[in-house]
Design a protein around this ligand. Structure first.
Ligand SMILES: [Zn+2]
Ligand SMILES: [Zn+2]
Length: 245
């Protein structure tokens, strides 16, 4: 699901600005209810997309990210842990987490001012947005949240589905599919019409399993157009070069 593609920068107050630079760092983290193998699948898929992009982006694995003083006086400190980010969107009535406040809060991470970076949060909580029943992942500018919970219980396919979903959301962070392309499918944001990780899946887990099978057969994560756009995009000027210039 695409809320805003990765070539947008978030400003305090909720404004998005189109940008032409990519962050050079990518932070990946998980909540404590994600298993090692689930998380491993996601991190593996993140690294694959970065490799396919031929991008000089450093992947930093923070695991269950918690600052030393993340919990004080019985309170989770703002921007101090993955737990706080999830709490921001927690809806106890639905027993789900609303992705919009979580992603908005992640984009306001004070550390973004020092080091502009991508954020990837993997969670075992169920997610929703607006009037959807649930979503398995969403991308907003340079941040994405991905839930593994709907993919549990399918044996080895669980890992393949998590990878499939991760390819998709990381693709969004990197600006896929190119929103200026003709023939995009307008479903929960613009999506690729080809056999590709950037297609919009609708039936969980069926569409994810089918796509994982197609990927195994073709040995391709993205269609030719998206693979090309991914590399073009990763050749954009580096943020640090523009800063110093
Ligand atoms: Zn999407
Ligand atoms: Zn595609």
């Amino acid at each position: 699901m695409l809320l805003y593609p990765g070539n947008h920068k978030y400003h305090m107050g909720g404004k998005f600005e189109h940008i032409q630079t990519l962050p050079e760092d990518l932070y990946v983290m998980r909540t404590s209810n994600v298993s090692d193998s689930e998380y491993g699948s996601a991190v593996c898929a993140v690294r694959e997309v970065v490799a396919l992009a031929q991008a000089r982006i450093a992947v930093h694995d923070f695991g269950v990210w918690r600052q030393r003083d993340y919990f004080q006086n019985g309170q989770l400190m703002p921007h101090g842990s993955v737990d706080w980010y999830i709490k921001i969107g927690d809806n106890p009535q639905r027993r789900q987490v609303n992705v919009w406040p979580v992603l908005s809060a992640i984009l306001k991470d004070p550390n973004q001012a020092q080091t502009r970076h991508f954020d990837v949060l993997i969670t075992g909580n169920d997610l929703y947005l607006g009037n959807t029943n649930f979503v398995v992942g969403a991308a907003l500018a340079t941040a994405t949240i991905i839930s593994v919970v709907r993919f549990r219980g399918f044996g080895v396919l669980t890992q393949e589905c998590i990878k499939q979903e991760t390819y998709h959301e990381i693709g969004h962070l990197f600006g896929l599919p190119n929103q200026n392309r003709s023939g995009l499918v307008k479903s929960l944001g613009g999506h690729c019409p080809n056999e590709c990780a950037m297609q919009q899946g609708l039936a969980v887990p069926r569409d994810w399993i089918n796509r994982a099978n197609a990927r195994a057969e073709s040995r391709r994560v993205f269609c030719g157009t998206c693979a090309n756009d991914l590399q073009v995009r990763s050749r954009l000027p580096r943020a640090s070069i523009l800063r110093s210039g």
